[in-house]
Design a protein around this ligand. Structure first.
Ligand code: DAH
Length: 361
């Protein structure tokens, strides 16, 4: 004959599997497992049992309790899954999005009213700005070569922008006519080279970083000049870094960007913070302006005076110019994007004209 507890279990399991909804299931749980439910009552009864019976009934009671708990849990999960499936059943995730009856249509000049449409308009798909695309591509190439990302503020002090970069007070780049100064003496950085200094202040060599970002100059604005433009700065400091490494790195970069047939030329130049200093020109048949050499970057070997300025600020001799050498470069991102996408006027980048931007979607 089955034990009364087994009978109780079978009845309870039947009730659980027959429960048609969450409420019925909860009622069954309370009836059997609740504080004053049948199982608890059996627990009380245990106290009255004799020594021989106690362990047998105790074991059975535990088994019945776990069986019921598991069955209830299983049904609860099943109800939950059912509910979720039901909630999703009426949603067509392949339908195009909508902006709502009062939402912005996304089209310039075509408001809902002007096209005689009072309902929902589709959301337009956005795309990345050509400069962002250019930055992403460039950063990706340098990351593959092992460069980490570094960052610095757009509003800088003169020391990071000039003094630490071996640019003396009388240098024309510091002229008020060339640079945006704030009333407190700070300025908008005229190049991303500031981040070279910040990165070296923050960590000892070896150092291999790129720093993408905006730079500012009081240039006369025209098709080739803008008050705000974008650069990627690069800095590589190690024990045996040479001009050969510099050339190899930047040639590889240009070929990855403009294609394997790209010709790269390094011409002597002058920058206060590098010695020797070079300018980089590219030419590629793959580009519309293919037959022309185009200047795209400045670069050179880090000047010992830059290392010494950093050492002084750090209060140590981590960047000992006798031990470490480095190369640095500054790439004009707007210029590179103009070449790659054949864009005739730098001002287009900032005008937010959708006819222009849509071409890069
Ligand atoms: N900072 C320079 C500019 O804006 C570009 C540059 C030249 C950066 C040489 C460098 C460098 O790091 O080594 O014109």
């Amino acid at each position: 004959m089955p034990h009364p507890l087994e009978e109780l279990r079978d009845a309870a399991l039947r009730e659980i599997s027959d429960a048609r909804d969450v409420r019925a299931l909860e009622a069954a749980r309370v009836k059997y497992l609740g504080r004053s439910g049948s199982i608890s009552a059996w627990g009380e009864q245990m106290k009255t049992l004799g020594k021989d019976e106690k362990p047998i009934v105790g074991k059975l009671l535990n088994e019945v309790r776990s069986a019921l708990t598991a069955a209830i849990e299983e049904r609860t999960q099943a109800f939950r899954a059912q509910k979720e499936a039901g909630a999703l059943a009426n949603i067509d995730i392949s339908l195009p999005g909508s902006t709502g009856p009062t939402g912005y249509s996304g089209y310039s000049g075509h408001s809902a009213a002007s096209v005689g449409y009072s309902g929902y308009l589709p959301l337009e798909r956005g795309s990345l700005h050509p400069l962002t695309q250019m930055l992403d591509r460039s950063i990706d190439i340098f990351r593959r070569m092992g460069f980490a990302l570094a960052d610095g503020p757009d509003v800088e002090d003169e020391w990071h922008c000039f003094d630490a970069l071996n640019t003396p007070p009388e240098h024309p780049a510091r002229n008020e006519q060339d640079t945006f100064y704030l009333p407190d003496g700070r300025l908008l950085r005229t190049h991303t080279s500031t981040v070279q200094i910040r990165a070296m202040q923050a960590a000892p060599p070896p150092m291999r970083v790129i720093a993408p970002g905006a730079a500012y100059r009081r240039d006369e604005v025209d098709a080739m000049h803008s008050a705000q433009f974008h650069q990627i700065e690069g800095l590589y400091v190690d024990e045996t870094v040479s001009v050969g490494d510099l050339k190899g790195t930047l040639e590889l970069f240009m070929r990855e960007l403009f294609g394997p047939d790209t010709e790269v030329q390094f011409r002597p130049h002058y920058f206060p913070f590098t010695e020797p200093s070079l300018e980089i020109y590219v030419k590629s048949k793959a580009l519309k302006r293919g037959e022309q050499w185009i200047e795209v970057a400045g670069c050179g070997m880090v000047h010992p005076a830059v290392f010494e300025a950093v050492n002084k600020a750090r209060g140590d001799h981590a960047y000992d110019p006798e031990k470490w050498t480095g190369f640095a470069f500054g790439l004009g991102m707007d210029r590179l994007a103009m070449i790659l996408f054949d864009i005739p006027d730098i001002r287009l980048f900032a005008q937010n004209d959708l006819r222009f931007l849509r071409q890069f979607a």
